[in-house]
Every structure is written in structure tokens, then in C-alpha cells.
Design a protein. Structure first.
Length: 263
């Protein structure tokens, strides 16, 4: 009887060991899979961090570029300030260049003409108007100008050496003599000229229209020859109108009666 019990115990022990072995064998790969899962999750987190940094990079670069421009502007301002406070004779040429850069008018029309020659007309910014005469960007100073308005010269160029007074009918429209850009609108340097408009043309010349009753253009407008600038001032009692007109090339004034057929 005891032998039989011992045999049964041995069989049970062997079976228990076999079960334990099988269980351990099945559970053995589990830690490897879990470790691999943890590694993969770490890799995904690392990739996510890289993606976040990748999207943040343009903002960082933009911020750095803004700081660089601000620092460059401050440095340039300080250099110019030091330059003008310095009494070194060798820097006089640089001072003169800076002064001229600020005093000289920007040549909008010439830059626009160069741009159109290189890249064509920017249609979205400068639409072509079909109901007016088109200005020729390549026209020269000696070429004929369009008439700003029909009238009679009441005060000639010889009196002031700058411009002329033209007498017209009442409420006559004043038109641009050439294509270009409006660079000034409002009161002129002289109060006697009243409302004025200055147009810079493609060839570097400028035309000034003064003593206007109404102005129909805005500063930086692109206009063509024949576009309306405004209307003349009107004297109701005399039943006549009058306006001021001048032409200028660089710092020299041109006699309008030599290039325009006024009466």
C-alpha cells in the first residue's frame, strides 16, 4: 500500500513539474515582447518630438531673423549718429552721400520703367486703361508733351523762372502731360499755388499742376498721359479759370511754352 502511494506521489510531482515547466516556457517570451513594446513606444515618442521641433523650426528662424534685422537697424542708426558727430575730414564724403540720399526724391517712375522692361507690366498693380492715351515709358525730354488744358499764358516763365499761369474756361479739366507716378498731392511749397499735384515721369522729369479747384488723384497713383489730374480754379465774376503749370528736370526748370503749344 505504501509503495503504491509513493508511486502516485511521484507521478503527481512529475506532472506538477511538467505543468510548471510548460507555464514558464509560455511565459518566457512575454518580458521580451513587453520590452520591445516599451522600446517602440520610446521610438514613437522620439519621432513625435522630432516632428514637433520640425514644425517649430520656421517660427524660431522667423523670430531670429526679426531680431537680426532689428539689431542691424540699431547698429546702422548708431553708425550714422557717430558719423555725423565725428569731425574727421575723411568722412565728409560719406556724410554728403547720406544727406543726398535723404534729400533726393525716390525715382518711382524710373524704377517702374526698368521693372517693366525687365519683367513686363505688373497687370495686377497697374491696370491698363483703354479710354486714355497710353504714356510711352521710353519717351525722351525733347519729345512733345500732351496739353494739360487749352488756354492762354497770363504769366510767362520769364517772370519767376519756374512755371507759368494759364488762363482757361470755367471748370476745365487739367490732364497729365505724360505717364508716371503721383509723388505729391496737396499744398505746394508756395501758398499762392493752392492745391497742387506733382507727377514724376518715366524719363526723370516732373510736372507740377497748381491752383487747382479739385484734385482727382492720390499720391503714388500710376497715371497715363491724358488722365485727369483735377480742375482749374474758377473766377465766377470773370467767367474764367486759371491754373499753374511747371516742368522740371532734376533741379532745373523747363520753360513749358517751349515744349507745349500754348496761345
Amino acid at each position: 500500500m505504501s509503495k503504491r502511494l509513493n508511486k502516485v506521489r511521484k507521478e503527481l510531482e512529475m506532472r506538477r513539474r511538467q505543468i510548471d515547466y510548460n507555464v514558464k516556457k509560455r511565459e518566457r517570451p512575454a518580458p521580451l515582447l513587453m520590452n520591445r513594446h516599451e522600446e517602440d513606444r520610446g521610438e514613437f515618442d522620439f519621432l513625435d518630438q522630432k516632428e514637433d521641433h520640425r514644425f517649430d523650426a520656421p517660427n524660431v528662424k522667423s523670430h531670429d531673423f526679426f531680431l537680426f534685422r532689428m539689431l542691424a537697424s540699431v547698429c546702422l542708426f548708431l553708425i550714422i549718429a557717430i558719423l555725423f558727430r565725428s569731425n574727421v575730414p575723411q568722412l565728409d564724403g560719406v556724410k554728403q552721400f547720406v544727406v543726398q540720399s535723404y534729400e533726393q526724391e525716390f525715382q518711382f517712375a524710373e524704377i517702374a520703367n526698368w521693372y517693366e522692361e525687365q519683367f513686363g507690366r505688373p497687370l495686377a498693380l497697374v491696370p491698363i486703361q483703354q479710354d486714355v492715351a497710353q504714356g510711352d515709358p521710353n519717351e525722351q525730354v525733347e519729345m512733345a508733351y500732351a496739353m494739360p488744358a487749352a488756354g492762354v499764358i497770363r504769366e510767362g516763365f520769364e517772370k519767376t523762372g519756374r512755371g507759368i499761369l494759364v488762363e482757361t474756361g470755367m471748370e476745365v479739366e487739367v490732364e497729365a502731360v505724360k505717364g508716371g507716378y503721383v509723388i505729391a498731392v496737396g499744398g505746394g511749397d508756395e501758398e499762392s499755388l493752392g492745391k497742387t499735384v506733382t507727377v514724376q515721369h518715366y524719363d526723370g522729369t516732373e510736372s507740377l499742376y497748381g491752383m487747382l479747384d479739385e484734385i482727382t488723384v492720390n499720391i503714388y497713383d500710376h497715371i497715363q498721359a491724358g488722365n485727369k489730374i483735377g480742375t482749374v480754379s474758377t473766377n465766377q465774376e470773370a467767367g474764367k479759370g486759371i491754373f499753374y503749370f511747371a516742368l522740371k528736370k532734376d533741379d532745373d526748370y523747363i520753360n513749358p511754352s517751349e515744349v507745349l503749344p500754348f496761345d
